[in-house]
Design a protein around this ligand. Structure first.
Ligand SMILES: *Cc1c(COP(=O)(O)O)cnc(C)c1O
Length: 793
């Protein structure tokens, strides 16, 4: 986009005066941000319109997701439009700079990887000129903000829109009515343009907000019943109030189901309306023009909803409608963990969306018929049935109706086919595909690591990596070039210094940029095994103190993670790591060798700083539990080695960059199922004195959980199991020695700084596969069958 500096400054000055009655010098940063966004959106509006037409006139894909973890939009939009320098220079004329936009909140409308993937996909599709648009929920409160009080996580509501969502626009005219058994609400869309890199194609992210049909009850208000007068309004707004509200209770579950139906019903209504506008009212051709990707099971209720609308409102019969659904829908599986495969009690569905339950029962009838025809036994059919034991199995509904079901990394897809979904794979082998995840190199390289990005572009003599990350492979020979390696190391060192400064202001902890930066950042979950990392640090601590570990290179261990508010054991692990930090950082014998910091409120913007400054990317999930991981890819592109298990996309990372350039340890998936049959963590604890020493810190008073009992619970779950779970279900103690061995080997290797930098360099040079551009290209050819739009308007 071209925007002359003089014109931009005068537009900005006028906008600030009109909207806020301030001069640029008087304006606060939120006002400036809002005005910048408004001007750019204005300039974009022609491309937005043309893109919408182009998407609708051709076959288009829609990404349905309950989460979009977009993070901060401003820097990415400026980068993609080529306006970063223009805006920065203009801001500097009145004493500001774009660095001040750090104050702008992240849009954290997602929990973690799944939501961030959705955001990367929209970015990639926009850049590749592919007609892909996102549909989701405009939560008033995104993922909570995290604080620590005495080492315990506390949660604060994230009112991300308090300064008015600058990058989205309300589209009142496209409001849709959504009906539940006991409630009718309006779904009001807000559109956020998804700017492609150096192209005119703009994708759209349409997020629905729930509102009541009437602002308040006039008669009740008049009768001075103020609370009752706004009761319906509040109940309507509750639907899009919070990302994943607690669903421990019946009321919580109802709300969660309402959220899913709310955004799916509104989106399907919207798509049918668009279809009619562009293609007329022969809905039998709907599947020719629209394909919908279901991001996990949260939006699967869109399937019966499309059947409902096609049959009730557009005159198709049930079989025709289901045939169209089969053409339209595809489903991405993100987990094999039983507790995450969504099931809804039939009673609950009947209470909230009775018509949808009726349609699901009809679909289930057809499934049973088809399976009997295929000569499956009653028992086999039972395992496939969508409705079983009075529960609706959303994944089964998705697989049965969809054209394709995909996993998100090679090993994950293999596990789906062999294990988790093997009954389905036997019946429909041709429906299963793999699409290994990726991340956008615009945000996760060019934007978050501008020095390294410039170095790569200068060295290669072009900037094609921004849209063709594969070209970064041409950097590989420079791993042997002394000058290049030195420059690479200087850039990493500068990034580490910047991270130190940021952590010093945010966390009040001062770090040594000459130490090795070993980083584990991701949601806190037992399967991700932050506890394994924590135990290994204690192991090093005691080893260094007693002198059994010598020549240890100073290491900074950085953690960042949010725990679900109701996940006790995860919260206990956060407290445990904070206690370890207290112990280790304050011990004069170790404080120069070991430093531990748990950064607060890990989110997209924090991730951008961390991945650029890492030496080591810690990816240590129990083999077979992490479907893909995308954090691992961000670190790789930015030149860190992976210290990890053969799980998720780590397998492919090591395949690309070489086992000799990474640190792989631990039990493999093939081994684990038999290991776990006889696994006895108590035996390890009893025999291995060093392991016992670190585990005992949970209960022997070395580390204090403030009387909460959380540490004892972790201890018990490891050695004795808790409730229905096996002792040490994630094999922490089993992998501990192998992990320590890898860590110590890595630490020794790091002391040859050049040799280690070369490993990092080779990882960067082989990261081409992990661009979400590659993933999206494959979705578009193998699943969606869509073509790029022509942007010659
Ligand atoms: C990339 C990312 C994730 C996913 O990280 P994994 O290590 O793949 O679990 C989670 N949260 C944020 C903020 C991210 O940027």
């Amino acid at each position: 986009m071209t925007y002359e500096k003089e014109e931009f400054l005068s537009d900005l000055t006028r906008t600030l005066a009109l909207d806020y009655d301030v001069t640029p010098e008087e304006a606060d940063i939120y006002q400036i941000h809002y005005a910048v966004a408004k001007l750019i959106l204005g300039k974009l509006s022609h491309d937005i319109h043309k893109s919408r037409d182009a998407h609708n006139e051709n076959r288009r894909a829609c990404y349905f997701s309950a989460e979009f973890l977009v993070g901060r939009a401003v820097y990415n939009n400026l980068l993609c439009l080529g306006l970063t320098d223009t805006v920065d220079e203009v801001l500097k004329t009145f004493g500001r700079s774009i660095a001040d936009f750090e104050e702008i909140e992240d849009a954290a409308l997602g929990n973690g990887g799944l939501g961030r993937l959705a955001a990367c996909f929209l970015d990639s599709a926009a850049t590749l000129n592919l007609p892909l648009d996102g549909y989701g929920i405009r939560y008033k409160y995104g993922l909570f903000k995290q604080k620590f009080e005495n080492g315990f996580q506390t949660e604060i509501a994230d009112d991300w829109n308090i300064h008015g969502g600058a990058w989205s626009r309300r589209c009142e005219k496209d409001t849709v009515r959504v009906e539940f058994a006991d409630q009718v609400v309006n779904a009001v869309p807000y559109d956020m343009p998804i700017v492609g890199y150096h192209t005119k194609n703009v994708g759209n992210l349409r997020l629905w907000q729930a509102e009541s049909l009437t602002p308040f009850d006039f008669n009740l208000f008049n009768a001075q019943q103020y609370d009752n007068a706004v009761r319906d309004k509040n109940r309507a707004e509750d639907i899009s109030r919070v990302l994943y509200p607690n669903d421990d209770t019946w009321e919580g579950k109802v709300l969660r189901l309402k959220q899913q139906y709310f955004f799916c019903c509104a989106s399907i209504t919207d798509l049918l309306k668009d279809y009619k506008k562009y293609h007329g009212d022969d809905f039998s051709q709907f599947g020719k023009y629209i394909t919908i990707q279901l991001n996990d099971t949260h939006p699967v209720i869109a399937i019966p909803e499309l059947v409902r609308q096609l049959t009730r409102c557009h005159g198709l019969d049930f079989e025709q409608a289901l045939g169209i659904c089969h053409q339209v829908f595809n489903y991405t599986n993100h987990t094999i963990m039983a507790e995450a495969l969504e099931k809804w009690p039939c009673d609950l569905m009947r209470a909230v969306v009775p018509q949808i339950l009726d349609i699901i029962m009809q679909i289930n009838g057809l499934l049973s018929e088809e399976m009997r025809y295929m000569k499956l036994t009653g028992e086999e059919i039972g395992r496939l049935q969508i409705i079983n034991d009075n529960m609706v199995h959303m994944a089964r509904l998705a697989i049965y109706v969809s054209s394709y079901t995909n996993g998100v990394a090679r090993i994950h897809t293999e596990i789906l086919k062999r294990d988790a979904l093997k009954e389905w794979y036997l019946v429909y082998p041709e429906r299963f595909q793999n699409k290994t995840n990726g991340v956008t190199q615009r945000r996760w390289f060019a934007l978050c690591n501008p020095e390294l990005f410039s170095f790569v572009c200068e060295t290669l003599g072009h900037d094609r990596v921004t849209t063709l990350l594969k070209e970064i492979k041409a950097m590989e020979p420079y791993a042997d070039d002394d000058a290049a390696l030195t420059r690479f190391m200087e850039i990493k060192r500068a990034n580490k210094e910047r991270l130190c400064a940021f952590i010093e202001t945010k966390e009040g902890v001062s770090l040594n940029p000459d130490s090795m930066f070993d980083i584990q950042v991701k949601r806190l979950h037992e399967y991700k095994r932050q506890l394994l990392n924590a135990f290994s640090i204690l192991y090093l601590y005691y080893g260094i103190k007693e002198g059994s570990i010598t020549d240890f290179y100073p290491t900074t261990f950085i953690f960042g993670a949010k725990s679900a508010p109701g996940y006790r054991r995860a919260k206990g692990i956060i407290k445990f790591i904070n206690e370890i930090a207290n112990l280790v950082n304050n011990d004069p014998q170790t404080k120069d060798l070991l430093k531990v910091v748990f950064v607060t409120n890990y989110n997209v913007s924090y991730a951008e700083k961390l991945v650029a400054a890492a030496d080591v990317s810690v990816q240590i999930s129990t083999a077979g539990t992490e479907a893909s991981g995308t954090g691992n890819m961000k670190f790789m592109i930015n030149g860190a080695v992976t210290l990890g298990t053969l799980d998720g996309a780590n397998v492919e990372i090591v395949e690309e960059a070489g086992a000799e350039n990474n640190y792989i340890f631990g039990a493999k998936v093939e081994e684990l199922s038999s290991i776990m049959q006889t696994y006895n963590p108590k035996g390890i604890y009893d025999c291995d004195e060093k392991i016992r020493r670190v585990v005992d810190t949970l209960v022997n008073g070395t580390l204090n959980d403030g009387g909460s009992g959380l540490f004892r619970e972790i201890y018990n779950s490891l050695l004795y199991g808790a409730g229905w779970t096996r002792p040490d279900n994630y094999y922490v103690l089993g992998d501990l020695n192998s992990f320590i061995e890898a860590r110590l080997r890595l630490n020794r290797d790091y002391q040859d700084r050049k040799a280690f930098a070369k490993k990092c360099f080779i990882n960067m040079a082989n990261s081409g596969k992990f661009s979400s551009d590659r993933t999206i290209r494959h979705y578009s050819t193998d699943i969606w069958k869509i073509e790029p739009v022509k942007t010659d308007w």
